[in-house]
Design a protein around this ligand. Sequence first.
Ligand SMILES: [Zn+2]
Ligand SMILES: [Zn+2]
Length: 434
Amino acid sequence: MTTKKTQRKKELITSPKGMRDILGDKYFKFQGFFEKAQEISTYYGFKPIEMPILEKREVFTTTIGLGTDIVDKEMYTLRTKSGDRLALRPEGTAPSIRAYLEDGMISWPQPVMLYYYGPFFRHDSPQRGRYRQFYQFGLEIIGSEKSISDAMIIRTTTIILEEAGAKNLTVDINSIGDKECRPQYVRELISYYKKYINQVCPTCRQRIKENPLRVLDCKDPKCAEIKEGAPDAISYLCDGCKDHFKEVLEYLEEMKIPYRLNKNLVRGLSYYTRTVFEVFENEETTEGIFPLSIAAGGRYDYLAKLLHGKRDISAVGVSIGVDRVVESNWYAGLAPKILKKPKIYFVQLGFDAKLKSLNIIEMLRKAKVPVLQALSKDSLGTQLSIAEKTGIPYVIIFGQKEAIESSVIVRDMNTRSQETVKIDKLLEYLKKLK
Ligand SMILES: [Zn+2]
Ligand SMILES: [Zn+2]
């Protein structure tokens, strides 16, 4: 019975599968990335938006579409006590359009450029760099059908990733057409697959009925050869789509962004039109080069109409998988701005000194002097040995005598020399130290 009880207690202190605490250095790595990504996005004219973690379930089911893994298998849904059906957001694009429509951004100067970041949720099988609660940084340009918007989304993404330490990025890109030309292509794809219907895997058989483009997503080796011979979307593009795609590629060439045409890239979500892309970092290890997908996106001109039933609103966006960036071996370990390298270790001794310690530390904070301390410790030896380990260049010692005389001892940890300084002269004194 005791073991059962212990077992249950142990389960209580384990976070749900695929979800984890982020703390210490890891936390700062995330924060550093988000700060850098925000800074770059702001330079390019993107504006921040914070959206709810929960949305009405239909925001996703009507836009991402049935026959996709996200909606069919991976979405966390719940019914509230009052009967509303909500979903933990599995992605940020559909909510962005919901916000654009709800907040009247349609009457702002177009296009509206948004960035956002935070946790997203998908109930899939956790593996390296993949979690059920994961972190994305997203960019959307809403209200522009121009190819330069596609290029700008891709450009901003590669800059953010390069600044985060990526050295070997490639962009896989494809065009899946629009409502002019895609129906013809999908018909060709279906009739091609029908010839092999008894040879392809059950998933492909299912997909050809429900969401035909997704057969090209199949990773089953026995479908590989059939997939290879499948008609490609680019050959079926109408003139408008062809020109759009050609221009996007020209922009990429002009900006020297390495890309690869990938005719099997369809990004299974129903709302995509024309450009779809995926960004890979080609990680070099001793066993070879491993391309790791770290960002993906595309154009979604028909999403708005699926939500509000009115006219189409052209838009394009991307989401960056931040967990993968932060956990990669190439991540630059960006440090957040709030993290300052401490210059002073503050040591106190005796109750009278402890009493006044917080005032001195506050005086230093106001003067922007970063301080470390161990105020909960009493022994001088303990505090000094902590100071020694941290390698901080200066120690302030504040004892009983100093508390009475309103002074402190400043010790240079390198030279071991020390000086008594009046508290009202302390800031001035510290300024002179390098
Ligand atoms: Zn298959
Ligand atoms: Zn077209």
